[in-house]
Design a protein around this ligand. Structure first.
Ligand code: ZN
Length: 393
């Protein structure tokens, strides 16, 4: 990774506290201008390394002398209203976004963590999204698109999305909600989000207050008394939320939410681990959609390999030498059918569930992604990396 030199004068050991203030402000502004989703401040043995996450990939932007590191973290903690004198515990907070509104920044979350080399910090940046995408424009394969469309017509049940942070789940959820609104203009739709990233006309959106009293379970319980027909819950993080969500899905509500699990099969088992009874899982869950974003080859510099016929990343000024620009969606979806229901009812394990899906012809995410490789949109390397595969199969 190349290290960019800036005019922040980081090599000057005489930097004073006020310079650190400007330095930190500079990093925040620069990262937001670049559209970074996260800023990492990572102390190593001799340095303080600053990285931005751009298009999902961490890029080192600055390496600073170690002696600045505690001052930088202290400044971040002031911005995030954290206890500056506590350097031995993890702390989380929010940075006031008032000053950065022109970049369309919605929220900034700060997390500080003590390590053997000093405290490290991550600032996660949430942007207000303006370019709303229709469900048919997201780039799902024809069959996944059709499945999602038919699920969006349901009056009852649970649709779960899995995938790590930054895999485009919020965009998909917003597109499905807008699809529901388009087909059923009168439906009462409520969302619970942390934070509200995409504003949707005609939907009641509620923001969870981080570290406050309005948590997912408490808000969800009260909201169900507001007679919603469709509910979108930002994330199912705990057993309590999972339980209320499943009960709501069994009593005449259509729910959508996200969950952390690597695959759809793992998603089903995660619900069981959270204490949901197998019969509740099999009668409430309509489907689990798993998605990731792969980087798209820069169309100004991509090059076709004569031997394989596939395109490869090169790098040019258009893509800042990354070889990639923008991202595209890959996905897999598992609907609950008879055989799968039987397996879940018997509390089968992950290995057996995966085997069952393979046997019944499930198209996994890697296979879905190969359509993008064959179209020259992304590379085999990128696809394998995103799917967590070390060597090409
Ligand atoms: Zn390029």
């Amino acid at each position: 990774m190349n290290t960019k030199k800036t005019n922040k004068d980081p090599k000057n050991p005489q930097n004073k506290a006020q310079d650190v203030t400007a330095l930190v402000d500079n990093f925040l502004a620069e990262a937001m201008n670049a559209g970074a989703s996260d800023i990492h401040f990572e102390p190593t043995e001799n340095e303080m390394v600053v990285k931005y996450r751009l298009d999902g990939v961490l890029k080192t932007v600055e390496k600073m002398p170690k002696l600045l590191s505690e001052n930088i973290i202290a400044r971040l903690k002031v911005l995030g209203n954290l206890l500056t004198y506590r350097t031995d515990i993890p702390q989380e907070g929010r940075i006031e976004t008032a000053g950065h509104n022109n970049q369309g920044v919605l929220d900034e979350r700060l997390a500080v963590f003590p390590t053997i080399h000093g405290q490290r910090a991550v600032v996660r940046i949430f942007y207000q999204r303006k370019n709303l995408t229709e469900l048919e424009q997201l780039g799902f394969s024809e069959s996944i698109y059709k499945t999602l469309k038919s699920i969006a017509f349901k009056n009852q049940g649970l649709l779960l999305l899995t995938g790590p942070a930054g895999s485009g789940k919020s965009t998909t959820l917003a597109a499905i909600l807008r699809n529901i609104l388009k087909n059923f203009p009168g439906k009462s739709i409520v969302t619970l989000e942390d934070p509200v990233e995409i504003r949707i006309e005609g939907v009641t959106q509620v923001q969870i207050t981080p570290f406050g009293e309005m948590t997912f379970p408490t808000a969800l319980r009260s909201l169900l008394r507001q007679d919603p027909q469709v509910l979108m819950i930002g994330e199912i993080r705990d057993a309590e939320t999972a339980k209320i969500a499943v009960e709501a899905a069994l009593t005449g509500h259509f729910l959508m939410s996200t969950m952390h699990s690597g695959t759809p099969a793992a998603g089903f088992l995660r619900l069981l681990e959270m204490g949901i009874e197998p019969y509740q899982v099999t009668s409430s869950v309509a489907a689990i959609l798993n998605q990731r974003l792969v980087r798209k080859l820069c169309d100004k510099c991509r090059k076709q390999n004569e031997k394989t016929g596939f395109f490869e990343a090169v790098g040019c000024s258009n893509c800042l030498d990354a070889g990639y620009k923008g991202r595209a969606l890959i996905a897999e979806i598992v609907e609950l059918d008879g055989e799968l229901r039987k397996a879940i009812a018997q509390k089968t394990d992950l290995e057996e569930l995966q085997a069952l899906l393979k046997r019944t012809g499930h198209t996994n995410m890697l296979t879905d992604g190969k359509r993008l490789v064959s179209q020259g949109i992304t590379t085999v390397d990128e696809l394998n990396k995103v799917c967590g595969i070390l060597e090409s199969e």
